[in-house]
Design a protein around this ligand. Structure first.
Ligand code: SAM
Length: 346
């Protein structure tokens, strides 16, 4: 017998449950951020642990922690064992301290200055001005020099990210790597290191901001590659090292608006010898189709931080044209990136 009959009133009319996905999505970021701020991914070791054990280990309120853990399980971030203990999933493993790449990206994304910028997204969609500069009153790279926390988070994420080079990217570049190769905005030089190892006759120039080239990959400063590599500090918006045969720009142009990106490319076009190549490695958005969630979020991330964005191939081709470069075509360089090849006119 249904309960309603026992209680003496009619059962409510059958009602379709609302699709909760949108509400869950709105709250998911709060839940993940709380877990990260508390250091849960590290407190939970390789062995599953109960809520009480974790609360004890972390000095937290056991009932409140149980709720957070339950939500993290429901959202697919943690697992729960048959005996009710909590365990890592591949997702939560990604943001443990021993995974430098995932952890540093999470630390960067949850940095207060970055979060404040994301809070300004709606207003920036109204104005078209990137939220980071609108909120902090200066551009991202200038701001970095005055915020040690953000600077460390960004540099750690970049350092971990640059070591995450697909071998297919190096293979694609290696065929052009003869003579002198300049890595423009090459960070600490991980890509240049791999490229010089693949191309034993090539010489390299690592070109980045002074604060970055001051602390290069040890192989480039004093290791086996040091005699084939020069470290040059400078501003790619002003100039590029002269006379090279290949200029590589990997994940650089997406940090800049069109005017600045054209200026950087023009500086390479003027600096290189006639016939030299400019190789641009970037994520490329589809012209019409909906991008993957990763590409769409990365595009907005570039807008939030730099007032720029990811681009379609035709948008890149227009930048190359404006910089006076001859576009020779593109090919996939990794699962996420394309290599676009340009020539400096002879
Ligand atoms: C997103 S990171 C990409 C780093 C590296 N190319 C890679 O693929 O991992 C952008 C790089 O551009 C550098 N950069 C920023 N402003 C610059 C400027 N004005 N001139 C030269 N490099 C700059 C940053 O220091 C950083 O290393």
């Amino acid at each position: 017998m249904p309960d309603s009959a026992v209680l003496g009133h009619d059962a409510p009319a059958e009602q379709a449950a609302p699709d909760a996905a949108v509400f869950v999505a709105l709250y998911t970021g709060h839940v993940l951020r709380a877990g990260l701020r508390l250091g849960l991914p590290d407190a939970l070791g390789d062995e599953p642990a109960s809520a009480a054990e974790l609360a004890d280990r972390m000095g937290l309120d056991p009932r409140a922690l149980r709720r957070l853990l339950r939500a993290l399980v429901a959202l697919g971030f943690l697992d729960r064992t048959a005996d009710g203990r909590y365990a890592h999933t591949p997702r939560s493993q990604l943001v443990r301290a021993d995974d430098e790449f995932g952890r540093s990206l999470a630390a960067f994304a949850t940095n207060p200055a970055v979060e404040q910028a994301w809070h300004g997204l709606a207003e920036s969609v109204r104005t078209g001005r990137g939220p980071f500069a609108a909120h902090h009153g200066t551009d991202f790279y200038t701001y970095l020099s005055g915020d040690d926390g953000l600077s460390t988070a960004f540099r750690t994420a970049m350092r971990a990210g640059e070591e995450w080079i697909a071998s297919s990217e190096i293979e694609a570049l290696a065929q052009y790597a003869s003579g002198t190769v300049v890595d423009v905005g090459g960070n600490r030089g991980a890509l240049l290191r791999e490229l010089l190892m693949c191309a034993p006759r090539a010489r390299g120039i690592l070109f980045d901001l002074a604060s970055v080239v001051d602390d290069p990959d040890p192989e480039l400063r004093s290791g086996a590659l040091a005699d084939r590599c020069e470290l040059v500090a400078g501003d790619a918006r002003e100039s590029a090292p002269a006379g090279a045969d290949l200029y590589v720009l990997r994940a650089v142009l997406h940090n800049w608006d069109d005017e600045t990106a054209v200026r950087i490319l023009t500086n390479c076009a003027r600096a290189g010898r006639p016939g030299a190549r400019v190789a641009v490695i970037e994520m490329v958005l589809p012209e019409e189709a909906t991008p993957s969630p990763m590409a769409a979020v990365s595009d907005l991330d570039m807008f939030v931080l730099f007032g720029s964005g990811e681009r379609t191939e035709s948008e890149f081709v227009e930048l190359f044209r404006r910089a006076g470069l001859d576009y020779a075509g593109s090919r996939p360089a990794s699962g996420l990136t394309h290599l676009m090849e340009c020539r400096i006119p002879s």
